[in-house]
Design a protein around this ligand. Structure first.
Ligand SMILES: C[S@@+](CC[C@H](N)C(=O)[O-])C[C@H]1O[C@@H](n2cnc3c(N)ncnc32)[C@H](O)[C@@H]1O
Length: 390
């Protein structure tokens, strides 16, 4: 059998970390779209100029002439700004996150590709008390897609806490060939029906997600990718952080300022670690708590979720505690890249641009895992079925 043509078009391509993950799973990008020229600069530094189309996702007329016809998978890691407290929970109708509606128009123009992959923050489950999740699922169902949804955390692959919600869609015209169990399937092997499958792994499908899936009626239906929680060997945070004396370590005044910004519980953790003979590496985020800016530390070997550095407070800080000193520095773009599983990604533009690009992006090995465990079995079954019938 010839290998399936695993072609994809990526929307909201950013700097291209979805592409990096899918390429590792054997997929080829044939179209990429984003409207940010800085992201374009970073994307093209890594992938060249062949496929990136700088254009607003709603400008269909302009996109039509460049969008290819043989897309097997369309991806959308659409803006999350309105699906969080920072974006005032405006929801998918908000100015930024509503760009997903542009994507829905694009997939019509692409002739409804067999497979879709969408990604966003876990805030999608609570936005408008779940109504945004329902609305998006139903629109995808109305477009002819059967859906699976799951939560995948980057910490299964890299030392970064970054839970994300993913949708995989399979178009109705191919659903008979999808190798996973559907919500309309008859009970066959004991309790192996869709509902028990979606309930059996609360790590991948937490109760809130299952509840939304089970109570959202789609014009199509749901399916369940029968995957288990990834078990990769994860590097320790300390292995990804540069500790040399030539790093831009802060002076004593700035270190003291951040130590003083810690609440009692965080400060005593730092004091306790300083009594140990070994070196402890952790991260700090500055957060507003009851009107006060607090420096919150974590030493569990996992960095907090990388975010876009708006106003400095969202930039992660590295803290190193040793018996005779405490060191702190801003986390660097190289370290951001490593925490997204994108080691060796070219660094172009100013520091903030780089941090923005990586902070907004996806975790590469998480996408690779989805590619290998879910998208590949689907496309291979679809291709096998079409080769048999032709
Ligand atoms: C969450 S980021 C996706 C990042 C990407 N997955 C990556 O790996 O870098 C969302 C992207 O959507 C882009 N975007 C926002 N609104 C858009 C629009 N109306 N048209 C096209 N792109 C848009 C932003 O520039 C940003 O790069």
């Amino acid at each position: 059998m010839t290998k399936p043509a695993k072609t994809f078009a990526e929307f909201f391509a950013g700097i291209g970390l979805v592409r990096l993950g899918l390429e590792r799973a054997g997929w080829s990008c044939i179209y990429a779209n984003d409207n940010d020229p800085k992201k374009q600069q970073q994307y093209e530094a890594r992938f060249g100029e062949e496929h990136f189309h700088l254009c607003d996702v709603f400008k269909l007329q302009e996109m039509r002439s460049l969008m290819p016809s043989n897309v097997r998978l369309a991806t959308a890691s659409f803006p999350c700004t309105d699906l969080s407290l920072a974006g005032h929970w405006k929801g998918i109708e908000g100015r930024h996150s509503s760009a997903v509606f542009g994507f829905l128009e694009c997939i019509e123009d692409l002739g409804r590709p067999p497979i879709l992959l969408l990604e966003n923050v876990v805030g999608l489950l609570s936005s408008k008390q779940g109504q945004d999740f329902r609305k998006l699922s139903q629109l995808l169902g109305d477009a002819g897609y059967w859906l699976d949804a799951f939560r995948l955390d980057a910490r299964h692959f890299v030392p970064q806490s970054r839970p994300r919600i993913f949708f995989v869609g399979v178009h109705d015209s191919h659903i008979e060939d999808c190798p996973f169990t559907r919500s309309d399937a008859e009970f066959t092997l004991g309790e192996n029906d869709w509902e028990s499958l979606v309930r059996c792994n609360p790590e991948l499908r937490p109760a809130r997600l299952v509840e939304l899936m089970a109570t959202t009626e789609l014009a199509t239906g749901w399916f369940c990718s029968e995957v288990i929680t990834p078990k990769a060997t994860v590097k320790r945070l300390g292995e990804l952080i540069d500790l040399g004396e030539d790093e831009l370590w802060w002076d004593d005044v700035l270190v003291k300022k951040h130590y003083d910004m810690m609440s009692g519980i965080h400060r005593s953790e730092v004091d306790r670690l300083q009594c140990e003979s070994s070196l402890s590496i952790g991260t700090i985020y500055r957060r507003k708590r009851h009107g006060k800016t607090r420096a919150e530390v974590r030493f569990d070997g996992t960095a907090g979720c990388l975010r876009t550095p708006k106003g400095g407070s969202a930039r992660q800080i590295v803290i190193v505690v040793e018996p005779d000193r405490i060191r702190m520095k801003w986390m660097t773009p190289v370290e951001y890249a490593r925490l997204q599983g994108a080691d060796d990604f070219p660094l172009v533009g100013r520091t903030n641009q780089q941090l923005f690009g990586f902070g907004d992006a996806v975790c590469v090995p998480a996408i690779e895992w989805i590619g290998n465990r879910i998208l590949n079995p689907i496309i291979e079954s679809i291709e096998l079925a079409s080769s048999i019938s032709s």
